[in-house]
Structure formats: C-alpha cells, structure tokens
Design a protein around this ligand. Structure first.
Ligand code: AMP
Ligand code: GLY
Length: 427
C-alpha cells in the first residue's frame, strides 16, 4: 500500500522512516518532505511541490495516487480541517477533526474544556481587553504565565517572572497584535513549578493507546537557559513518569479528555499529546494539549518502536487500538537537535551540511530543515537535524548520540551538550 505523511520536519522524517520499514508498504510519500526523504530508501519519496498549507492539493494527490492512509505531522493543516476534507472524500487519515484540533489551536477552548471536565490544569482567566488583563495581573502578582489563544508557532507563551514582563506580554499580544488573530485573546494562568514530561497517546475515537514516555528540552542553552524553542532534544523513556504516575495521568487526564470530547460531540481521533507539569509530590497538571506527535519527541519514540507501525495505524482506522500491544526496544533513545545559526530568531539558510554518519545499530540521524541545492545538502530552517543514539541507559544513549554528532558539520551549528540531564539525575 501507499502511505502519505504530511509535513517536512524531523518528526515527519521519523514517522516516514518507521512506516517505510513495514513489509506492507510499497511507497511512503512525504509532502513536502526534506533533504532526508529522498536519500533514505527507495521506499521514501518527497513531494516538494505540495506545501502543507494546500490541503486541497494534498487531498487531490491522495485521490490520484490511491493513498491507503495519510498521517499528519504538524498542527497547522489539522487546525485548517485537513482531516474533515479527506474524510469527506472517503480518504483515510489519522488526525483530529478541525473542531477536535481546537484542543491545541485555541488555548481558551482547551482551558474551558479542562475546567468543564475536571481535568487538572493551572487556574486561569481569558481576556480580550488589555486593561482588564493588566488589572488581573496586578491582582495576581508575578510570576505568572501569559499565552496567546491561537497557534503562534511555539512563541505564544510568556512565562513572566516579573510584573513588568507580564504587562509587556499583554501589550505585545493584545495591543500591538504581534500574533495577529492568534493573540487577539490571551489566557493568563497560574505559574506552575515542577518537572515537565510529554505524554503522547494514539486515540481512535474511543480507545487509547499510550506510546512510550518521553521528555524534551525546550530551552536553547545548557542547564535549561536561554530562549524557548520548539525543542532542542528529547529522550524516551522518561524516568520521571513512573508506572504509578503513568496510571494517574491516564486516569486523571487522558481518559477524561477522550471521554469528555466524545460527550461534547467532538470525538477525538489522532495523536493526543498532553504536556505535563509534575510537582515534587507527584501532583500532575496539564500545561497544554497538542493534537499531534511532538517534535523532537517522535524521533526517539519511533527509534524505539519495534512493532509494525502500519499495523497500528490500521487498528486506529478500525477503532481497534484496544487490541494493540506495542513492542518497544528496551534501550533508551536520546535525540540531540542540531539547529541553524541564529535559531530561534531568523535562522540562516543555505549552510552546507557534511559528515552525516550512516545509520547503525546505535544511532540514526533524522533530517528536519535540510534540502538539496545544486547537489549539496544545506540548512533550510531552524531545527536542522536530530541525532538519535540508543543504548542500555540514558548516559549511554547520550554518549552514542554525541559520538554520532561529532562528524556532522555546518557553519553556525548550535546544539546543547546536556540533553538527558534530568533523566540521568533521576536514575
Ligand atoms: P505551552 O505551549 O503551553 O506548553 O507552553 C510552553 C512552555 O511554557 C511549557 O513547556 C512550559 O515550560 C512553560 N509553561 C507553560 N505554562 C506554564 C505554567 N502555567 N507554569 C509554568 N510554566 C509554564
Ligand atoms: N516538543 C514540543 C512540541 O512538539 O510541542
């Protein structure tokens, strides 16, 4: 069968790489894909002429090419209704409907949903009006967290440690319209402390299939300093998510979410990603929902998955995810993101990349913002590569990943040297 993966990042490369390993698959198309897509195997093919924003063209491609199943990587096409469009044409696709995708595309929707269904999350209020927001901040005090309501490419959250920063964030979103309509409403919420983890499950409308646990590193610099990014590295499993905590998250967050969405008449299908804050006494709250896989969490998760992922997708289609027992590599997988010069501001494009080592038993390199230009592989955006190492424990996986990374060169490359530090400490 033929499978289509929508997206161009490291997450999509990892999904496509895994799907291409299935004996059931004759071709995996990735639209638009990246520099890793054509070099991977003969079963992978980048469709560079269809951008993720053109959902009509993607549906046409799926019809003409008789794509058996489509998997969507990023949130944007989901929030624009790609799943509804494909389904209306009888095309099979894994992801949430446009309405269900509001769990990610509107922070206000997600917070109101959680409040209504008793799902633990930070206390909050939503504002359209800047003066009311400023007054609320003065009443609550700092630290406090200001979030643009809509999708803002990971830049819409300001964790304000001072009142001044909080007021500035409100001005930027509500008065200066920095994020356009995405920032026309802001959610202002209580500042939470603890350790973060990513909890990702697959949902077929009624059944929940948890994937292996993971954690990512959001800050650009070592010791979790510097600006927030899309993620500078991730590993799986996450030792902070003990079996007891895992059961608690399913009971308190994931199950009520899936039941609540069904009850509200918006059944959820697709990947559901709860960003968690785990307090020192193991209370857990939902920081956010994403309705897609995480990037870079997908890269170590897919590197560990031993089951045929196409079988899993077919079960999702048949609403029989309850029959799936996933088989995981018992090793730890740890991925280090190599980012371009000047990321996360405006990254420089066009730097030549050399020295990517071939895949081995101990590592695999996923491409993200890479492209072939005049026969050379060059940088093409912020997060360029994710180098995943595999070993018996986190320290070993970290060593494997940094070893594999040593030969990779491009001007201005930025990467952290401490990916996995929390897991190593938690051991
Ligand atoms: P979000 O996109 O909502 O996950 O926010 C991005 C990042 O901001 C999270 O990964 C956290 O590091 C931080 N963050 C979000 N909400 C809060 C909160 N209520 N308290 C503390 N940090 C937060
Ligand atoms: N790594 C965080 C995210 O995918 O949202």
């Amino acid at each position: 069968m033929k499978i289509l993966v929508v997206g161009s990042g490291g997450r999509e490369h990892a999904l496509a790489w895994k799907i291409a390993q299935s004996p059931k698959v004759q071709m995996v198309y990735v639209a638009p894909g990246n520099g890793g897509t054509p070099v991977e195997t003969k079963h992978l093919h980048g469709i560079t002429n269809i951008p993720i924003s053109d959902i009509q063209e993607l549906a046409l491609f799926a019809e003409v090419e008789k794509i058996a199943y489509t998997v969507v990587g990023p949130e944007k096409p989901l929030s624009e209704g790609i799943v509804d469009l494909f389904r209306s044409k009888g095309l099979k696709i894994f992801g949430p409907s446009q309405k269900a995708a509001q769990l990610e595309s509107s922070k206000d929707f997600a917070k109101a949903f959680m409040k209504r269904h008793g799902i633990p999350t930070a206390d909050y209020e939503t504002f359209h009006d800047a003066s009311a927001a400023h007054a609320y901040i003065d009443r609550q005090g700092a630290p406090i967290v200001i979030k643009a309501d809509g999708l803002a490419a990971g830049k819409g959250v300001v964790v304000a440690m001072t009142l001044e920063e909080a007021h500035q964030a409100v001005d930027m979103m509500l008065s200066d319209n920095k994020f356009g309509t995405a920032g026309a409403r802001v959610v202002i919420e209580e500042f939470l402390t603890g350790e973060e983890a990513s909890f990702i499950v697959m949902v077929d409308g009624k059944n929940i299939l948890p994937l292996a646990t993971s954690q990512d590193h959001k800050r650009l610099l070592d010791h979790d300093q510097g600006p927030n990014t899309g993620g500078m590295g991730a590993y799986s499993p996450a030792p902070v998510v003990t079996p007891e905590l895992h059961a608690k998250v399913l009971r308190q967050i994931i199950k009520p979410t899936v039941l609540g969405m069904a009850k509200d008449g918006i059944p959820f299908t697709g990947f559901l990603y709860a960003g968690l804050m785990i307090s020192p006494n193991n209370d857990v709250k939902t920081l956010e929902f994403n309705c897609r896989m995480g990037d870079p969490e997908t890269q170590p998760i897919m590197a560990r998955l031993k089951s045929d992922f196409v079988d899993v997708l077919m079960h999702a289609d048949q609403q029989t995810l309850d029959q799936v027992d996933l088989d995981w590599d018992s090793r730890v997988a740890l991925g280090i993101v190599m980012a371009a010069y000047n990321y996360p501001d405006t990254p420089r494009l066009g730097d030549e990349i050399t020295g990517i080592p071939p895949q081995s038993e101990h590592h695999v390199v996923f491409h993200a913002a890479t492209v072939f230009k005049d026969g050379k592989l060059v940088t093409n955006g912020g997060r360029v590569l994710c180098v995943v190492g595999l070993d018996g424990n986190t320290k070993g996986a970290q060593t494997r990943a940094y070893e594999a990374l040593q030969s990779i060169k491009f001007d201005g490359a930025q990467y952290r040297s401490d990916i996995g530090h929390l897991a190593i400490k938690n051991k």
